[in-house]
Design a protein around this ligand. Structure first.
Ligand code: C2E
Ligand code: CA
Ligand code: CA
Ligand code: CA
Length: 279
């Protein structure tokens, strides 16, 4: 029995070593990805639920890996966070998204707010505030054309620290959205204290709409609550016409999801904006 136990142990150790090596390799590759220009941003439109106009676009990070092709952010963002590489990557994303939005404006395209996702590790006052200020300054983008998406979980990690940080960001003039709303544990009391502009209802609630369960009721309550707090509400992950109709009916302000448009490269969004301007 002892022998078999040892056998199992060395089997596990080998597996762990292999996993570790794969991780280390990805860490090194991630390190080089920035300087090799392997990152790119895709943009997913946000649509006004009333008039159907594009009001904004969320920047979503893509890693075009030389061997593996497009690697999903779900695969590499956690590693980037663990290794601290997210600081540099996040700064690149912010700069690129703001510069792109400014280029669209200078080209005379309809104005929109670009949204950038922030990871919990980026919520550090002494790094984030100077970064946001210098990126806006360098790119010449007016602050209200930038929106920061922060997850409910990231904010609630240290809610007492988050309040003053969000207030300072608000002071700069950028928009603030609570991402993945409904999946975390924010109390109404905190929601009231955070200087937010917008709640993004998580896809998991939207996807239940067709099922005809109680989720329709939950979304209805979320929207009513957001309105009570004078917040804009956007539903993410809208995939069907039924969901779209329901959300419009509930006076949700904005919609985002595959049914509206998938995330796309910058030039594809540009073409979409040109068509919208022409229409
Ligand atoms: P998220 O911020 O909640 O972004 C929404 C995700 O849902 C995106 O996945 C988007 O492509 C996907 N999505 C949009 N519409 C639909 C839909 O109708 N149906 C379905 N099934 N999915 C939809 P993506 O691009 O793979 O990003 C995954 C997550 O990675 C993001 O979730 C965000 O948390 C993170 N992420 C992406 N870019 C960045 C970034 O630049 N910085 C940081 N810190 N995180 C990022
Ligand atoms: Ca987001
Ligand atoms: Ca989300
Ligand atoms: Ca999410």
């Amino acid at each position: 029995a002892k022998q078999a136990g040892r056998g199992r142990l060395s089997f596990f150790t080998e597996e762990m070593n292999a996993a570790n090596r794969a991780r280390q390799r990805m860490e090194v590759e991630l390190h080089h990805a920035l300087e090799r220009g392997e990152f790119q941003l895709h943009y997913q439109p946000k649509q006004d639920a009333g008039c159907g106009a594009i009001t904004g676009a969320e920047a979503l990070l893509r890693w075009n890996h030389p061997r593996r092709g497009m690697v999903s952010p779900a695969e590499f963002i956690p590693l980037a966070e663990e290794t601290g590489l997210i600081t540099m990557i996040g700064a690149w994303v912010l700069r690129e998204a703001c510069a792109q939005n400014r280029r669209w404006q200078l080209a005379g395209l309809p104005e929109l707010a670009v949204a950038v996702n922030l990871s919990a590790c980026q919520l550090q006052r002494d790094e984030l505030l100077p970064l946001v200020r210098s990126v806006l300054d360098e790119t010449g983008l007016a602050p209200h054309f930038l929106e920061l998406e922060i997850t409910e979980t990231a904010i609630m990690k240290d809610a007492d620290l988050a309040v003053p940080l969000l207030e300072e960001l608000k002071g700069i003039g950028v928009g603030l959205s609570l991402d993945d709303f409904g999946t975390g544990y924010s109390s109404l009391n905190y929601l009231r204290r955070f200087p937010l502009d917008c709640l993004k209802i998580d896809r998991s609630f939207v996807s239940e709409i067709d099922a005809g369960g109680s989720e329709g009721a939950i979304i209805t309550a979320m929207i009513a609550m957001a309105r009570g707090l004078r917040l804009r509400v956007i539903a993410e992950g809208v995939e069907t016409p039924e969901q779209t109709a329901f959300l419009r009916n509930q006076q949700c302000h904005e919609l985002q999801g595959y049914h509206i448009a998938r995330p796309m490269p910058a030039d594809a969004l540009e073409a979409l904006l040109r068509r919208e301007r022409a229409a």
